[in-house]
Design a binder for this molecule. Structure first.
Ligand SMILES: [Zn+2]
Length: 259
């Protein structure tokens, strides 16, 4: 094998491990934000027996496999959500760096992706989108806009318009539906996402999210055979993630029909 290929494999292995580790912190946020627990000072503990988890049982992915998904102390089942979120984070980070290159925007996208994972899982479970995650996403968006502005300041309007492009439409629907069709959290999410991605990409993200949401919601209603309340956050987030990966390609493919 060529040494260059080997270096690339090593870099992406590191990116995967980095993603898994951030995914481990993502799990902490997912559990503690709705409970309003301190995310830094309180140590990790078992959800069943409350036993403090030893440092050697906190290795992302690996510990879950070694413990075969059970608490070392009380043998209660550990939610599969922990390794799943860690694995998805690792894969997500690798995909983002693969499609966007090894640069600062990719890192910003990765951390934004983690914010979206936190928002999605909490929204899925509680129908709430917490402002603290919106602020985190906004901060990452501002860093991206500054980065792009340093390269070419003409790009600034793209992102400022992005902030309003979809969020304004959602806000009108929110008001017109007497605050029933969605929550304000969805509006804020698409404002922060729009500042991060720019107006073309956030509109694309909305379209992709709406398609995915309709399909999955339809399947859920068939399977569960009941009217399931719809959390929009996960679908909007999925739309944004796909746009991060393939946005430019999809838009280029779309525009060719109008040439
Ligand atoms: Zn336990």
């Amino acid at each position: 094998m060529q040494s260059e290929t080997l270096i690339y494999i090593m870099i992406y292995a590191y990116i995967f491990i980095f993603g898994v580790c951030i995914g481990s912190f993502t799990n902490v946020l997912i559990y503690r934000i709705p409970l309003q627990e301190n995310i830094a000072t309180k140590s990790s503990h078992c959800m069943s027996c409350g036993e403090k988890i030893k440092w050697y049982d906190l290795v992302p992915l690996v510990s879950y496999i070694i413990l075969r998904g059970r608490c070392r102390h009380c043998k209660a089942k550990i939610s599969v959500q922990y390794p799943l979120v860690e694995f998805i984070s690792g894969i997500g980070y690798v995909l983002i760096f693969l499609t966007n290159g090894i640069n600062l925007p990719s890192l910003i996208f990765c951390l934004s992706f983690s914010c979206l994972v936190v928002i999605s899982v909490i929204d899925w479970r509680t129908y709430e989108i917490y402002n603290c995650m919106i602020y985190a996403l906004l901060a990452l968006a501002v860093i991206r806009v500054i980065y792009e502005a340093i390269i070419d300041y003409h790009s600034i309007p793209e992102y400022v318009i992005g902030f309003f492009a979809v969020s304004t439409i959602l806000f009108i629907i929110y008001k017109a539906s007497h605050e029933r069709a969605m929550g304000l959290g969805d509006v804020y999410l698409m404002a922060a996402g729009g500042l991060l991605l720019g107006w073309k990409h956030i509109i694309l993200a909305l379209v992709i999210g709406a398609v995915i949401g309709s399909v999955i919601h339809y399947i859920l209603m068939l399977v569960l055979k009941k009217d399931h309340m719809l959390a929009l956050g996960p679908y909007l987030s999925a739309g944004m993630f796909i746009t991060m990966l393939f946005g430019d390609g999809i838009l280029a493919w779309y525009w060719q029909f109008f040439k």
